[in-house]
Design a protein around this ligand. Structure first.
Ligand code: GDP
Ligand code: ZN
Length: 444
């Protein structure tokens, strides 16, 4: 997918605000001349050249390091010039402005990486992992993004595609013969090779699902009657005082969001005002928010008072919850009851937000319920990738029921391959590319 790109693009590549160092990055063609105009000298390729950055009159805007990467050995595959100066907004703007005077235009978000993709420096899955690496909020998420960037995910996809191509060749060679001529050994071979691809796809999908969890995290909503201990539990889980704890029922009127991480998986926890009918208009608003928060939850944590067990008010809350979302019942304040009567089960557990009893068990249950099982070698994946993998899975399942009909079989294989190819960006529609790269930050 080689294209001619003629214009030069420039952007401040470092984060906005003040910093020790700030970098203006330029990509394009014939950047030796641009470097010469700004620094007054021709920079040696891939060497740190100490230089003054000059305006059109020769006034020194800043002093720093010029790094020149001639095409094709650069991030974008084009000439790339990096001007590393002082990290102040005004000085960086001035240097950027100078680049614009010299013919560069301001880069769109992600445009450097888009060019790297268009020049075959990265495939699409790798390009996406660049953004995911930058956006990663946990070490594990960053590590899995790095794995994708290094090509682990793409290699796994390519291996599947290669297997598919071999199988297609086998079948398509038969297409000239009448269907009746397919003999038993042929069918056996088709079946065997198809199940091998399907198994491989399942393994990739599992790793990708775990990676997606690392990227997106899971939404957990805390519901329960006023005073049952929702805020206390949230504070326990997050290790800071975020939610207001009080003895007066109904203190938590707004929905409080808290992001925590367990084993590197980001969890977005929402503490709510409790789902119950209320005359108080402020509290009613909280309840409305609870309902809508619960709608998008991956898991609902239903908090109950262990000393009272499930009450009629609790049943009212349960009735108001969206039925399709998995829930875990947690009996809080177990420190107030005797040791007897605390039977753990798969759908409930006992806990004390006050003493911390049962918290570790709760953390483990949360991870299991959202589908995390610490797979080794997880790669960063996005919704888009999961959709493509599932589409490929459907076509392969369809293929399995058409093994004897060469033409239909081959067509399903072709569609599965097309779905897989969309992950790495072979034959990807331009509008999808635009959509993906527009979400990057400027300068990347
Ligand atoms: P919320 O209204 O559901 O958010 O409940 P809070 O977290 O504000 O707690 C209400 C009251 O119950 C406070 O006085 C807490 O200190 C108390 N509480 C919360 N959890 C426990 C617990 O596990 N044991 C005991 N004994 N008290 C608790
Ligand atoms: Zn509360």
């Amino acid at each position: 997918m080689q294209r001619t790109i003629l214009d030069n693009i420039a952007a401040i590549a470092t984060a906005p605000g003040r910093g020790g160092i700030g970098v203006v990055r330029i990509s394009g063609h014939g950047l030796t001349a641009l470097a010469q105009a700004i620094t007054g000298k021709a920079p040696a390729p891939r060497h740190a050249t100490y230089a003054s950055f000059l305006d059109s009159t020769g006034l020194v805007l800043d002093q720093g390091i010029a790094l020149f990467f001639p095409a094709p050995h650069s991030y974008t595959g084009e000439d790339v010039l990096e001007l590393q100066g002082h990290g102040g907004p005004a000085v960086l703007q001035a240097v950027l402005q100078r680049c614009v005077e010299l013919g560069a235009r301001l880069a769109r978000p992600g445009e450097f990486t888009e060019r790297a993709f268009l020049n075959n420096k990265l495939d699409l899955a790798q390009a996406e992992s660049v953004a995911d690496l930058i956006d990663a909020t946990t070490t594990q998420a960053a590590r899995s993004a790095m794995r994708s960037l290094q090509g682990d995910f793409s290699r796994a996809i390519h291996a599947l595609v290669d297997e598919l191509i071999r199988l297609r060749m086998l079948v398509e060679a038969m297409l000239d013969f009448p269907e009746e001529d397919v003999d038993a050994p042929d069918l056996t071979r088709r079946n065997r090779e198809l199940s091998s691809v399907r198994d491989g796809l399942e393994r990739v999908l599992t790793l990708a699902q775990q990676g997606s969890l690392l990227r997106e995290g899971a939404h957990i909503v805390l519901v329960g009657q006023p005073n049952v201990g929702k805020s206390s539990l949230l504070n326990r889980l997050s290790g800071e005082e975020v939610a207001l704890v009080s003895d007066i029922p109904g203190t938590t009127r707004d929905v409080i969001r808290q992001a925590i991480q367990l084993e590197g998986v980001p969890l977005h926890i929402l503490d709510t005002a409790g789902l119950r009918e209320s005359q108080d208009i402020v509290e009613q608003m909280g309840i409305a928010r609870t309902r809508s928060a619960a709608e998008i939850a991956d898991l609902i944590l239903v908090l109950l008072d262990a000393t009272q067990g499930m009450t009629a008010a609790d049943r009212d809350i349960l009735a108001a919850l969206p039925p399709q979302i998995p829930r875990l019942f947690v009996f809080n304040k177990c420190d107030l009851m005797g040791a007897d009567g605390k039977q753990e089960d798969t759908d409930h557990l006992y806990l004390s937000a006050k003493t911390g009893t049962g918290l570790d068990e709760l953390r483990q249950r949360l991870l299991t319920l959202i589908g995390w099982h610490q797979e080794a070698g997880v790669f960063m994946a996005r919704e888009r990738h999961l959709r493509a993998l599932k589409l490929a899975r459907r076509h392969l399942a369809q293929a399995a029921s058409e093994v004897a009909r060469a033409e239909l079989f081959a067509e399903e294989l072709r569609l599965a391959q097309e779905a897989l190819n969309s992950i790495t960006g072979e034959f990807t529609a331009d509008d999808l590319l635009g959509e993906i790269f527009s979400r990057f930050c400027i300068g990347k």
